[in-house]
Design a protein around this ligand. Structure first.
Ligand SMILES: Nc1ncnc2c1ncn2[C@@H]1O[C@H](COP(=O)(O)OP(=O)(O)OP(=O)(O)O)[C@@H](O)[C@H]1O
Ligand SMILES: [Mg+2]
Length: 219
Protein backbone atom coordinates (compact mmCIF):
# COMPACT_ATOMS: atom_id res chain seq x y z
CA UNK A 1 0.00 0.00 0.00
CA UNK A 2 1.32 3.42 -0.90
CA UNK A 3 1.26 5.71 2.10
CA UNK A 4 3.40 8.67 1.03
CA UNK A 5 3.14 10.33 -2.37
CA UNK A 6 5.34 12.85 -4.18
CA UNK A 7 7.26 13.78 -1.07
CA UNK A 8 10.42 15.73 -1.75
CA UNK A 9 12.17 17.23 1.22
CA UNK A 10 15.66 18.15 2.18
CA UNK A 11 16.94 18.86 5.67
CA UNK A 12 20.22 20.67 6.12
CA UNK A 13 22.73 20.48 8.92
CA UNK A 14 21.83 22.96 11.61
CA UNK A 15 18.12 22.81 10.85
CA UNK A 16 15.30 22.03 13.26
CA UNK A 17 12.32 20.88 11.20
CA UNK A 18 8.92 19.86 12.48
CA UNK A 19 6.25 17.72 10.83
CA UNK A 20 2.62 18.33 11.71
CA UNK A 21 -0.71 17.13 10.33
CA UNK A 22 -3.79 15.09 11.23
CA UNK A 23 -3.56 11.58 12.66
CA UNK A 24 -2.93 9.09 9.84
CA UNK A 25 -1.52 11.72 7.46
CA UNK A 26 1.81 9.86 7.28
CA UNK A 27 4.05 11.72 9.75
CA UNK A 28 5.52 8.62 11.45
CA UNK A 29 5.87 6.85 8.11
CA UNK A 30 7.78 9.84 6.72
CA UNK A 31 10.17 9.73 9.67
CA UNK A 32 10.68 5.95 9.27
CA UNK A 33 11.46 6.37 5.58
CA UNK A 34 13.90 9.23 6.17
CA UNK A 35 15.65 7.28 8.93
CA UNK A 36 16.03 4.12 6.84
CA UNK A 37 13.70 2.14 9.12
CA UNK A 38 11.11 1.64 6.41
CA UNK A 39 12.08 1.03 2.76
CA UNK A 40 10.54 3.26 0.09
CA UNK A 41 8.80 1.57 -2.86
CA UNK A 42 9.91 4.29 -5.27
CA UNK A 43 12.12 7.34 -5.14
CA UNK A 44 15.23 7.65 -3.04
CA UNK A 45 16.38 8.60 0.43
CA UNK A 46 19.75 10.10 1.13
CA UNK A 47 20.74 9.86 4.78
CA UNK A 48 23.77 11.79 6.07
CA UNK A 49 24.93 12.09 2.47
CA UNK A 50 24.47 8.42 1.51
CA UNK A 51 21.81 7.03 -0.82
CA UNK A 52 20.48 4.23 1.35
CA UNK A 53 19.39 2.17 -1.67
CA UNK A 54 23.09 1.61 -2.31
CA UNK A 55 23.59 0.06 1.12
CA UNK A 56 23.00 -3.47 2.42
CA UNK A 57 20.72 -3.98 5.41
CA UNK A 58 23.67 -4.24 7.76
CA UNK A 59 25.25 -1.10 6.31
CA UNK A 60 22.00 0.75 6.87
CA UNK A 61 21.87 -0.58 10.41
CA UNK A 62 25.42 0.62 11.02
CA UNK A 63 24.73 4.05 9.52
CA UNK A 64 21.70 4.36 11.78
CA UNK A 65 23.59 3.19 14.83
CA UNK A 66 26.50 5.58 14.28
CA UNK A 67 24.84 8.69 12.89
CA UNK A 68 21.12 8.62 13.48
CA UNK A 69 19.06 9.02 16.64
CA UNK A 70 15.42 8.03 16.82
CA UNK A 71 12.92 8.78 19.56
CA UNK A 72 9.94 6.50 18.92
CA UNK A 73 6.35 7.50 19.51
CA UNK A 74 6.14 4.43 21.78
CA UNK A 75 9.58 5.03 23.43
CA UNK A 76 10.89 1.46 22.80
CA UNK A 77 12.88 1.27 26.03
CA UNK A 78 14.37 -2.07 27.06
CA UNK A 79 12.28 -3.16 30.06
CA UNK A 80 14.93 -5.29 31.74
CA UNK A 81 17.49 -2.48 31.85
CA UNK A 82 17.50 0.48 34.19
CA UNK A 83 17.07 4.04 32.92
CA UNK A 84 20.83 4.58 33.14
CA UNK A 85 21.58 1.31 31.32
CA UNK A 86 19.10 2.16 28.58
CA UNK A 87 20.89 5.47 27.98
CA UNK A 88 24.34 3.95 28.24
CA UNK A 89 23.67 1.08 25.89
CA UNK A 90 22.78 3.25 22.95
CA UNK A 91 26.07 5.13 23.15
CA UNK A 92 27.98 1.86 23.52
CA UNK A 93 26.27 0.44 20.45
CA UNK A 94 27.36 3.52 18.53
CA UNK A 95 30.91 2.73 19.60
CA UNK A 96 31.15 5.64 22.02
CA UNK A 97 32.78 5.11 25.36
CA UNK A 98 30.77 7.44 27.48
CA UNK A 99 32.20 8.62 30.78
CA UNK A 100 29.89 8.21 33.75
CA UNK A 101 29.65 11.98 34.10
CA UNK A 102 28.25 12.30 30.63
CA UNK A 103 25.48 9.80 31.31
CA UNK A 104 24.69 11.71 34.50
CA UNK A 105 24.62 14.97 32.56
CA UNK A 106 22.28 13.55 29.94
CA UNK A 107 19.91 12.23 32.64
CA UNK A 108 20.07 15.59 34.32
CA UNK A 109 19.31 17.41 31.08
CA UNK A 110 15.97 15.61 30.95
CA UNK A 111 15.32 15.92 34.69
CA UNK A 112 15.85 12.23 35.49
CA UNK A 113 18.99 12.40 37.61
CA UNK A 114 17.33 10.59 40.49
CA UNK A 115 15.78 7.86 38.31
CA UNK A 116 18.92 6.27 36.92
CA UNK A 117 18.32 2.97 38.70
CA UNK A 118 14.61 2.77 38.01
CA UNK A 119 13.13 0.31 35.50
CA UNK A 120 11.13 1.86 32.65
CA UNK A 121 7.92 0.09 33.75
CA UNK A 122 7.99 1.98 37.05
CA UNK A 123 8.12 5.39 35.32
CA UNK A 124 5.35 7.63 34.07
CA UNK A 125 4.86 8.01 30.32
CA UNK A 126 6.57 11.40 30.41
CA UNK A 127 9.58 10.00 32.28
CA UNK A 128 9.90 7.12 29.81
CA UNK A 129 9.73 9.63 26.99
CA UNK A 130 12.52 11.69 28.53
CA UNK A 131 14.62 8.53 28.96
CA UNK A 132 14.19 7.84 25.24
CA UNK A 133 15.33 11.38 24.45
CA UNK A 134 18.42 11.15 26.68
CA UNK A 135 19.22 7.79 25.09
CA UNK A 136 19.02 9.19 21.57
CA UNK A 137 21.08 12.30 22.36
CA UNK A 138 23.91 10.63 24.26
CA UNK A 139 25.12 8.90 21.09
CA UNK A 140 25.53 12.36 19.49
CA UNK A 141 23.77 11.58 16.22
CA UNK A 142 24.25 13.74 13.14
CA UNK A 143 20.53 13.68 12.69
CA UNK A 144 17.86 13.07 15.28
CA UNK A 145 14.35 11.96 14.37
CA UNK A 146 11.80 12.35 17.14
CA UNK A 147 8.22 11.14 16.84
CA UNK A 148 6.11 13.27 19.18
CA UNK A 149 8.86 13.64 21.78
CA UNK A 150 6.67 15.89 23.91
CA UNK A 151 3.43 13.93 23.45
CA UNK A 152 3.41 12.55 27.01
CA UNK A 153 4.83 15.62 28.73
CA UNK A 154 3.15 18.50 30.52
CA UNK A 155 3.64 22.03 29.20
CA UNK A 156 6.69 22.83 31.34
CA UNK A 157 8.54 19.57 30.61
CA UNK A 158 7.57 19.86 26.94
CA UNK A 159 9.04 23.34 26.67
CA UNK A 160 12.25 22.08 28.27
CA UNK A 161 12.53 19.19 25.85
CA UNK A 162 12.06 21.49 22.86
CA UNK A 163 14.79 23.71 24.30
CA UNK A 164 17.03 20.66 24.62
CA UNK A 165 16.39 19.64 21.01
CA UNK A 166 17.00 23.23 19.90
CA UNK A 167 20.37 23.11 21.67
CA UNK A 168 21.40 19.92 19.89
CA UNK A 169 20.87 21.56 16.52
CA UNK A 170 24.41 22.74 16.08
CA UNK A 171 26.16 23.31 12.78
CA UNK A 172 26.71 19.60 12.28
CA UNK A 173 23.35 18.36 13.44
CA UNK A 174 19.75 18.34 12.38
CA UNK A 175 16.53 17.47 14.17
CA UNK A 176 13.31 16.35 12.50
CA UNK A 177 10.42 16.18 14.93
CA UNK A 178 6.80 15.10 14.55
CA UNK A 179 4.50 17.02 16.84
CA UNK A 180 0.83 17.68 17.48
CA UNK A 181 1.67 20.82 19.40
CA UNK A 182 1.53 24.07 17.39
CA UNK A 183 3.55 25.85 20.11
CA UNK A 184 6.35 23.28 19.76
CA UNK A 185 6.26 23.48 15.96
CA UNK A 186 6.46 27.26 16.14
CA UNK A 187 9.80 26.93 17.91
CA UNK A 188 11.37 25.11 14.93
CA UNK A 189 12.91 26.63 11.79
CA UNK A 190 10.55 25.05 9.31
CA UNK A 191 7.20 23.29 9.56
CA UNK A 192 6.00 20.63 7.10
CA UNK A 193 2.23 20.17 7.13
CA UNK A 194 1.25 16.65 6.04
CA UNK A 195 -2.11 15.75 4.55
CA UNK A 196 -3.07 12.35 3.10
CA UNK A 197 0.56 11.28 2.71
CA UNK A 198 1.69 14.47 1.01
CA UNK A 199 3.55 17.51 2.21
CA UNK A 200 0.59 19.79 1.86
CA UNK A 201 2.34 22.97 2.97
CA UNK A 202 5.68 24.17 4.14
CA UNK A 203 5.99 27.11 6.52
CA UNK A 204 9.11 28.96 7.60
CA UNK A 205 9.12 30.12 11.23
CA UNK A 206 5.34 30.38 11.49
CA UNK A 207 3.48 31.45 14.61
CA UNK A 208 1.72 28.80 16.71
CA UNK A 209 -1.57 30.25 15.50
CA UNK A 210 -0.56 29.81 11.85
CA UNK A 211 0.44 26.18 12.50
CA UNK A 212 -2.84 25.51 14.28
CA UNK A 213 -4.81 26.93 11.36
CA UNK A 214 -2.78 25.00 8.79
CA UNK A 215 -3.34 21.68 10.59
CA UNK A 216 -7.03 22.40 10.95
CA UNK A 217 -7.20 23.15 7.26
CA UNK A 218 -5.36 19.88 6.44
CA UNK A 219 -7.78 17.75 8.52
N1 LIG B 1 2.97 -0.87 8.83
C1 LIG B 1 1.92 -0.37 8.19
N2 LIG B 1 1.26 -1.12 7.27
C2 LIG B 1 0.20 -0.61 6.60
N3 LIG B 1 -0.28 0.62 6.78
C3 LIG B 1 0.33 1.39 7.67
C4 LIG B 1 1.47 0.96 8.43
N4 LIG B 1 1.86 1.95 9.23
C5 LIG B 1 1.02 2.97 8.99
N5 LIG B 1 0.11 2.64 8.07
C6 LIG B 1 -0.96 3.53 7.52
O1 LIG B 1 -0.34 4.67 6.98
C7 LIG B 1 -1.05 5.85 7.23
C8 LIG B 1 -0.14 6.86 7.92
O2 LIG B 1 0.21 6.36 9.21
P1 LIG B 1 1.24 7.12 10.13
O3 LIG B 1 1.46 6.24 11.33
O4 LIG B 1 2.42 7.51 9.35
O5 LIG B 1 0.39 8.42 10.53
P2 LIG B 1 0.71 9.59 11.55
O6 LIG B 1 0.52 10.86 10.79
O7 LIG B 1 2.00 9.35 12.22
O8 LIG B 1 -0.50 9.46 12.60
P3 LIG B 1 -0.54 9.73 14.20
O9 LIG B 1 -0.62 11.22 14.36
O10 LIG B 1 -1.81 9.05 14.64
O11 LIG B 1 0.68 9.13 14.82
C9 LIG B 1 -2.25 5.42 8.06
O12 LIG B 1 -3.34 5.32 7.18
C10 LIG B 1 -1.87 4.07 8.60
O13 LIG B 1 -3.00 3.27 8.79
MG1 LIG C 1 2.52 8.88 14.18
Amino acid sequence: MEILHDVSIEVQEGEFVSVVGPSGSGKSTLLYCLAGLEPVSSGSVSLVGTDIASLSRSQIARLRRDQVGFVFQSYNLLPSLSVRENVEMQARLAGRRVPRGEIDASLQSVGLESFGNARPASLSGGQQQRTAIARALVARPRVLFADEPTGALDAVAGTEVIGLLRQTVTDERAVVMVTHDPEAAARTDRVLVMRDGRVHREMVRPSARDVFRAVEHAA
